[in-house]
Design a protein around this ligand. Sequence first.
Ligand code: ADP
Length: 524
Amino acid sequence: MEPAGGSVIEPRMKILLVDDTAENLVSLEAALSGLGEELVLAHSGKEALRRLLEDDFAAILLDVRMPDMDGFETAELIRSRPRSRQIPILFLTGYRNEEHLFRGYDLGAVDFLFKPIVPEVLRSKVAVLVDLSRGSAKLKEQAEALRTQADVLRKAEQKFRSLLEAAPDAMVMCRADGEIVMVNSQTELLFGSRRERLISRNIRELVPAWNFPPRLSSDDDGSSARARAGADRDWQAVRADGAAFPAEITFSPLRTEDGVVITSAISDISERKKAEEQIGQLNASLEQRVLERTEELMRSNDELQQYAYIASHDLQEPLRNVALYAQLLAKRHMGQLPGEADQYIQFIVDGAQRMENLIHDLLDFSKLDTRGSDFFARMNCRDALDDAISNLRALVDHSGAVITHDGLPPVFADLVQITRLFQNLLVNAIKYRGPDVPKIHVAARENGADWLFSVRDNGIGIEPQYAEKIFGILKCLQPRDRSSGSGMGLAICRKIVTRHDGRIWVESALGNGSTFYFTLPRRE
Ligand code: ADP
């Protein structure tokens, strides 16, 4: 074959010429030199055998009549050696008798040339032998290459099979029409069927709804199909005994020379489904229980609130009588009664007053939630703060407190309650003052979806461990005296802020003032 651009240079082949007569060797050499092959000369059968040990030859030209070892004996030894067994032998002889020829052919001669030798005939016969030898060498090479290739393929297939076997899922390889070509042992286990029974069957016998997008365009390697199919839906698979089970399947299509081959990884998800169902049921019953419990709590909360309201309301009347008569007693008979009676009367008056405040605050607290959403409106926090300060005018003036504030935003809220919120915080900031004149600063800034308000004072501060406790009902940290409150102020603040979907907390260090923060939603 001549490839474009030049001829292929074939390697030179070796030809062994064996003759005991030097002149014969010279004329053989002369006749064959035109072939362009390498000619090796041997003067005896022994020398020829030695040469054959050293080299491979395309052909041997062997003189029959030689002293010591004739051509036939030499040929016999040549044929007995594996390395030289296949080399074609051309006998050169002067005899034409049949016995002679048979012996030669028996020894594997491919031809005879009769002396005197005609150079053209010799050349063309040897040329044919050399061509044959070249052809067989090529065939040998190709066979070797094929063997190596087959070896590589076999190893690759072994590797692939062991990978398939090692997969935790059932792996089923099939053609686009569903015909199964290979399965792993997990498939046998999962479907309860022997491998031999599965091969060549259709995968739809295992997964009835199995369907793979069969139209893959030529430039589609299948990865888009892989993304489309599989894990996003539930499949039903059927075992050999007819029992169905839920399965998860992912596809990996591969374009091969024989068409598309799809590997389906199939796993039984019965356990997972069962667990999901149980979780679903648990969730449902949990939701139901939470609902029931919430209803229960709301009912008892309502009842409690009603109770607190009725109790405080009903307590007011007798208490007012106690206070009234105690005051009357003090007014009319102060200084006339014996012993410590005056002091006792004063205790009664103070106690009644404190109790009235307490009942008043409790009533307020229990009424906070009963105000409907009708009271919510767009309002200005600045107005709420101003109202609070003016409600506290006497206390502010008396304490000399300095109240400052930044710009305050409008909010959607209950004005009366926000006023109350500021008022309670301001009262505390003045009430729990330090040695200096109370200084209070109110500010607000945006914080995500909320407004974050702060009321900062320079008072006595609060120890961190009480930072949460003080928002509870009836919680006072200071010993009760005439000036102390009911312990309801911050509980009311928290209820107001919570009702407005906000949060309230304090940051403080003892002796270093406190800052109360609360949030209100920034809804329009
Ligand atoms: P009351 O003031 O009636 O005791 P509050 O609920 O208003 O009830 O406050 C609870 C407690 O929190 C107070 O007794 C006080 O110890 C503490 N407290 C509240 N505000 C401040 C403040 N601004 N500075 C220091 N302590 C405070």
